[in-house]
Design a protein around this ligand. Structure first.
Ligand SMILES: CCCCC/C=C\C/C=C\CC/C=C/CC(=O)SCCNC(=O)CCNC(=O)[C@H](O)C(C)(C)COP(=O)(O)OP(=O)(O)OC[C@H]1O[C@@H](n2cnc3c(N)ncnc32)[C@H](O)[C@@H]1OP(=O)(O)O
Length: 287
């Protein structure tokens, strides 16, 4: 599979990886052990035990089935490794994710669409229900499903001049219940309804005002540092009781979503295959 091996590297490897990532962002060539074909990179900082999960599907990190599966497996690795915390981010300089890959939705094969949704559901359970602390380092635009994953995290720092929100309404997609619950766990029910029915994409200032993000960052490294500082807040908190409390807060949503997986899948398939949505996808793709 396209995933990087999740190994605890010696400290100097973390430095090499960081240099490598910076070089990728500057389009330089570096000679390290990075495999450029990987869709989601997982790295652990040996000093603080935080895992970084980096979306790596240029040019815009659009979620197709393969990226969703890679994310699902990356989250398994973070869980297995007993990380002290996790930061979700993207390798693309000014884009976190564009959301679903429209090519995955346009004239979709129903079986593949069901699998896509099922893996998305798995990702939600793994991320929303994780016991380790989570933070999203939103290094750029994040207009749809990527926003959903960021909202599953406990903290969000976003770089200035980026846009964040769930724009599905603009494409004629009705917003599924799990998305509604997830957004409502971060902002008020009224703001959730307004944001989702208008397909609002929030500027960093507006996102901060409404509470969708916790901090505005000057650039990607500042966003990352802010996420680390958030995770540091749990340094002296016993992880088992912390995790139990987090799960308890989220338990009701999770039980309800678990009980309705099939119904949500059917609704998603219906929503994507409906002619109004299909014509928006066709228009987007210039068909
Ligand atoms: C149990 C739990 C389960 C619960 C699940 C619940 C909820 C699930 C989550 C969400 C539901 C809400 C519904 C979401 C549906 C979607 O995600 S649909 C996708 C919506 N996304 C958008 O509308 C964003 C559109 N794109 C942009 O605004 C811009 O591309 C950008 C991201 C701001 C980047 O701009 P930039 O100028 O840098 O780049 P380009 O626009 O030139 O794009 C480069 C290249 O990439 C192509 N592209 C962009 N976006 C997509 C996409 N979404 N799919 C496919 N391809 C895309 C673009 O066409 C360009 O291609 P090129 O012309 O061939 O170069």
């Amino acid at each position: 599979m396209l995933l990087r091996q999740f190994t605890r590297a010696p400290n100097n490897m973390n430095l090499i990886r960081r240099i490598a990532t910076n070089a990728i962002l500057k389009n330089q060539t570096v000679t390290t052990n990075i495999d450029y074909n990987q869709l989601v990179l997982v790295d652990v900082n040996d000093k603080n035990g935080y895992a970084t999960v980096t979306l790596n599907r240029p040019p815009v990190n659009s979620f197709n089935l393969e990226l969703m599966m890679a994310l699902s497996r990356a989250l398994d690795q973070v869980e297995r490794n007993n990380s002290r915390g996790m930061i979700l981010t993207s390798i693309i300089p000014n884009i976190f994710s564009t959301g679903f890959d429209i090519r995955e939705l346009y004239q979709a094969d129903e079986r593949r669409l069901r699998e896509f949704w099922s893996v998305l559901q798995d990702c939600w359970f793994k991320l929303y229900g994780s016991t380790y602390p989570t933070a999203a380092s939103i290094n750029g635009h994040n207009p749809a499903a990527g926003c959903f994953f960021a909202l599953c995290c406990e903290y969000r720092a976003m770089v200035r001049n980026s846009k964040l929100g769930i724009s599905g309404a603009r494409l004629g997609i009705s917003i599924p219940l799990p998305m509604i619950y997830t957004m409502r766990s971060v902002i008020s029910t009224r703001q959730t309804e307004l944001a989702l029915t208008t397909g609002t994409l929030f500027t960093s200032d507006d996102a901060l005002k409404v509470g969708l993000i916790d901090d505005i960052a000057t650039d990607r490294s500042d966003a990352f540092a802010k996420c680390e500082a958030f995770l540091d807040r749990f340094k002296d908190i016993p992880p088992v009781s912390r995790g139990y409390t987090k799960r308890s807060v989220r338990q009701k949503d999770m039980e309800e979503i678990a009980a309705n997986r099939q119904r949500d899948t059917d609704e998603f398939v219906r929503a994507v295959l409906n002619p109004e949505a299909q014509s928006s996808f066709a228009a987007f793709l210039g068909k």
